[in-house]
Design a protein around this ligand. Sequence first.
Ligand code: IMP
Ligand code: MG
Length: 172
Amino acid sequence: MKIAETVLDRQEIAARINALGRQITADYQGKKLVLIGILNGAFIFLADLARAIELEAEVDFIRAASYGAASETSGTVTLSKEPELDLVGKDVLLIEDIVDSGTTIAWLHEYFAAKYRPASLKICALIDKYERRTVNVQVDYFGFRLNKGFLVGYGLDYAQKHRTLPEVYTLG
Ligand code: IMP
Ligand code: MG
């Protein structure tokens, strides 16, 4: 599979993330915001979003995998890295690269709510790929809502490749 076309260019991504940052800054005034990046895919999005949020926020990471090397969800989520900050009473925002079927983020939301008891728990995804949604989950903040096949770049991978590309592309 090769890079087919650019779906989101640098300017679009930067402008949208700045707007998201302003929205989150307004919504989390006076709260104890913790950004939890879901490795590996969210690392670039989190880095840019965190700098667009004008609040004192804490940052932590978890690692979840539901995919292996394929391009469809297996339905089984595993967490191989737990958060290390104390999240009790904090306002946690889970930062995901892309929500597709919803399986991964729905599982994580339930798991986090039960295990870490934050004051609030919301979901922020760079891309909400809603057409294949099978699990009813609310994506509270999203950068883009798309239905463009399999996407790579800006953190998104196909079999661990293409994550470091600066824009978002389709594979074909
Ligand atoms: P879901 O559980 O089906 O919602 O899948 C979510 C996970 O699958 C995300 O964390 C991504 O890692 C991966 N994923 C889903 N769609 C894509 C895509 O188009 N490109 C790259 N990764 C994707
Ligand atoms: Mg992922």
